[in-house]
Design a protein around this ligand. Structure first.
Ligand SMILES: *Cc1c(COP(=O)(O)O)cnc(C)c1O
Length: 234
């Protein structure tokens, strides 16, 4: 029975465990746990794995592909009031309209052209997402994100010129480096721009991220279990 695999993950228990680790990390950093929002990352997982999280009262979720979210979330949203969906994967210009219609928060704004398009289409459809600016803190050539030295200009463009609702900054540290130096760099860039939100930390390091000031941690596998390999679509 293939379906058995789904039952072997206790999503509600995992959520509770992640919540309490966040609480412990916040306490040890003298922060209030209310400052930290858990973005439960549901990419690749089907509705039967996600519904228990909604049923347990969780409301903030993350997906990394626009099309996948468009297919899954309209039906899932009916299972709970006040669901907030974050886009945490790269956004192509031709998907901006669909992204604005599907997501409440876009965490991956990383270039002027994309920012301008979000501003224009928000106006057109009358729905304004909140945004994070993704920073490529490790300056990795293959990775999305604005370079640290170009971030101030992009923040100014988004916030002051385009009037976007910029919550803060987001980063995905290089896999083979100490994440804490990336978390502290992101916090420093946010502080000098007067931004209060920091989306950083995943299953392997979210407690460290909370100690370094994360206001949003993006946690997938620690809640929903190992992800099945996605089909290569793009
Ligand atoms: C998949 C993903 C996560 C969650 O990763 P886990 O290691 O499963 O917690 C967080 N952030 C981004 C951008 C992701 O794509």
């Amino acid at each position: 029975m293939v379906e058995r695999a789904n039952d072997s993950v206790d999503v509600a228990a995992n959520l509770a465990a992640v919540d309490s680790r966040i609480a412990a990390a916040a306490a040890s950093a003298n922060r209030s746990v209310d400052e930290v929002s858990l973005v439960a990352v549901t990419k690749v997982h089907g509705p039967e794995r996600i519904r228990p999280a909604i049923k347990a009262g969780h409301r903030v979720f993350g997906e990394n592909r626009v099309q996948e979210a468009e297919e899954k979330w309209p039906a899932l949203r009916a299972h709970g009031d006040g669901i907030r969906l974050h886009l945490i994967g790269p956004l192509q210009s031709n998907k901006v309209k669909a992204a604005i219609e599907t997501f409440d928060v876009i965490e991956t704004v990383d270039r002027a052209k994309l920012a301008r398009r979000i501003a224009a289409i928000s106006e057109e459809v009358g729905r304004r997402p909140e945004i994070f600016i993704q920073v490529n803190t490790g300056a990795e050539p293959q990775k999305a994100g604005v370079l640290p030295e170009d971030t101030d200009d992009l923040v100014t463009l988004c916030r002051d010129e385009l009037g976007l609702s910029v919550l803060g900054l987001m980063c995905i540290p290089p896999v083979d480096e100490e994440p804490s130096m990336h978390f502290s760099l992101l916090a420093k860039i946010a502080a000098r721009n007067g931004l209060s939100s920091l989306s950083m930390g995943m299953s392997g390091d979210y407690d460290i991220a909370v100690q370094f000031g994360a206001t949003h941690v993006r946690v997938g596998s620690a809640i929903f279990g190992e992800r099945p390999k996605p089909a290569e679509t793009t």
